[in-house]
Each structure stands twice: as structure tokens, then as C-alpha cells.
Design a protein around this ligand. Structure first.
Ligand SMILES: [Zn+2]
Length: 151
């Protein structure tokens, strides 16, 4: 469960191709959002893919629309998407890397899908990024850079 994952110094592994796809997506002067797909292997959360959330009429929006979540969940069930929803990413345009109250609400919504979701925040101007997870007491924890491997 999530509590044990977060208690045993979680590690994140990100596929280079997934990271490249995320940075390609957030290279825009407005906020972008998408889902992180992958697996939990022991204590390592492996991010293998990223799905852009900017189809349709809401591409300037920074919250996850339910229909997008439903479409991805359907893709996972049908086998078109390999992996599970293990988090989400979004960009801030020059405001720095942090979790806003709205971001925390989005994180909590995704936590209904999986007990070990992470939030990835990228500043699209500085290209600085961080990953956040939720501690059992409900507070946010920034995952240390030395716990993140890019493979
Ligand atoms: Zn944000």
C-alpha cells in the first residue's frame, strides 16, 4: 500500500523517452497537463510513459478533466495502454516548482486510482522539476533528486 511505499525510501525511475515526451509537451507559454503511466516494482515507481491531456477544447486548462481520466482508464482496461495511472504532471510558466492547493486536490483525486501516485511539477521557463508524493498523515513530500533515476 501507499503508506509502506512512502515509508521505505521510495525510488522513482523515469524512462528517458517518457521524460523527453513530458518536456516536449510542456515547452509552451501556458500551463500543460498530462498523466504518468507505469508500474510499481518493489519500492521503485517506474514511470514508463506520459499521456498528454491536451486534446479537445481545454488545452489551456490545468486540471484533469474527468473524461480524459475515463479515456485513459479505458485504454488501460482494454490493453491499449501498458501500465497504470501512477501520477500526473503539469507545468508552471515561470512561477517555480511547488504544489498549489488546486494541485493537491488533483493529487488526491488521482490517489483514488492508486495508493502511490506522484505529482510532477515542471517550470517550463527554467526547466526545473520536482516530484511530490503524499505522506500517510496527508502532508506533501518532495521526493529527493538522489532518489530519482533516469534510465
Ligand atoms: Zn500547479
Amino acid at each position: 500500500m501507499g503508506a509502506s511505499w512512502i515509508h521505505h525510501s521510495p525510488r522513482i525511475r523515469i524512462n528517458r523517452s517518457a521524460l523527453a515526451a513530458i518536456f516536449d509537451h510542456v515547452g509552451a507559454p501556458f500551463e500543460r497537463i498530462g498523466l504518468l503511466i507505469g508500474w510499481l516494482h518493489g519500492n521503485t515507481l517506474w514511470i514508463t510513459d506520459a499521456i498528454r491531456g491536451d486534446s479537445g477544447d481545454w488545452r489551456h486548462c490545468s486540471i484533469l478533466p474527468p473524461e480524459f481520466l475515463a479515456r485513459v482508464a479505458e485504454g488501460i482496461i482494454s490493453g491499449n495502454i501498458q501500465g497504470r495511472i501512477i501520477g500526473w504532471y503539469h507545468s508552471h510558466v515561470g512561477q517555480g516548482v511547488f504544489m498549489s492547493d488546486v494541485d493537491l486536490q488533483t493529487h488526491l483525486r488521482l490517489a483514488q486510482f492508486s495508493p502511490y501516485v506522484v505529482s510532477m511539477v515542471i517550470d517550463s521557463k527554467t526547466l526545473e522539476y520536482s516530484l511530490f508524493s503524499l505522506l500517510p498523515d496527508g502532508s506533501l513530500m518532495e521526493i529527493r533528486p538522489e532518489s530519482i533515476d533516469i534510465v
